[in-house]
Design a protein around this ligand. Sequence first.
Ligand SMILES: [Zn+2]
Length: 143
Amino acid sequence: MHLTGRCHCGNIAFDLEWPEGSPRIPARACGCTFCVKHGGVWTSHPRATLAVSVQDRAYLSAYDFATRTATFHVCTRCGVVPIVTSEIDGHVYAVVNVNALEHVDPARFDRAAANFEGEAVDSRLSRRERNWIADVRFEGAGG
Ligand SMILES: [Zn+2]
């Protein structure tokens, strides 16, 4: 299943190749302090493939906090956060913002709350290695 998403102004866009045979899309409403303020709801599949393209990196902010193990990619023109990445042992993993997806029937979403506050860094990282998108590519202008 081919899914697409973008921030509101289109500066950050992504193509998500979702594995066949996985019709349901988990949608985890994250309870961390950042996601509560942003209404962040995320999805990932360990066998999905993600290609991210950024038109103008001048409007791209990489924000992290607390354990500094996750990077929130914020479009500073429209304020949307389409993706989060985590670099683990030199490998980039990602989740995408369910609310940034376009042309997806919302009935496919399995909505659930998720709260990882207080989780130890080790288990946090191994959970991401198991669950996050492991094939992540950034395309377009370098820098
Ligand atoms: Zn934008």
